[in-house]
Design a protein. Structure first.
Length: 123
């Protein structure tokens, strides 16, 4: 019975060691390295996006506090709009009457348009 226990323990340790070595070897291959870098960049992008969201939330909160403070101290209701009577802003900070850019003007109407343009330039 003791030999069977030690045999099972040896097989288990061997399998675990082999899996760990294979995982480490995979990280050293170009594909494994690319996967690691890709994961790190995705994590960094998520952190930067989260930081930006936190900053925007803090700015909005501070702006609300400042508007409330102006309302209390001066009695002038600001209601969150820009000074000078310019009420064209939407909540997102853009002008309400500004054209919405979907990227077509810069990058062409689509892939077919860009491909046709490249063919015309080549001829």
């Amino acid at each position: 019975m003791s030999r069977l226990f030690w045999m099972g323990l040896g097989v288990t340790i061997g399998v675990l060691a082999t899996r760990r070595v294979n995982r480490a070897a995979r990280h050293l291959t170009p594909q494994g390295f690319a996967d690691d870098v890709g994961d790190a960049l995705r994590e960094l992008a998520g952190a930067v996006g989260s930081f930006g969201a936190d900053v925007r939330a803090g700015m909005a909160e501070r702006e609300h506090e400042l508007h409330r403070m102006v309302d209390e101290r001066t009695g002038i209701e600001t209601d969150g709009r820009p000074a000078g009577g310019d009420h064209r802003y939407e909540d997102g900070g853009r002008y309400a009457d500004a054209p919405q850019d979907d990227g077509r003007a810069r990058y062409g109407a689509g892939r077919a348009n860009g491909t046709a343009r490249a063919r015309r330039a080549a001829n």
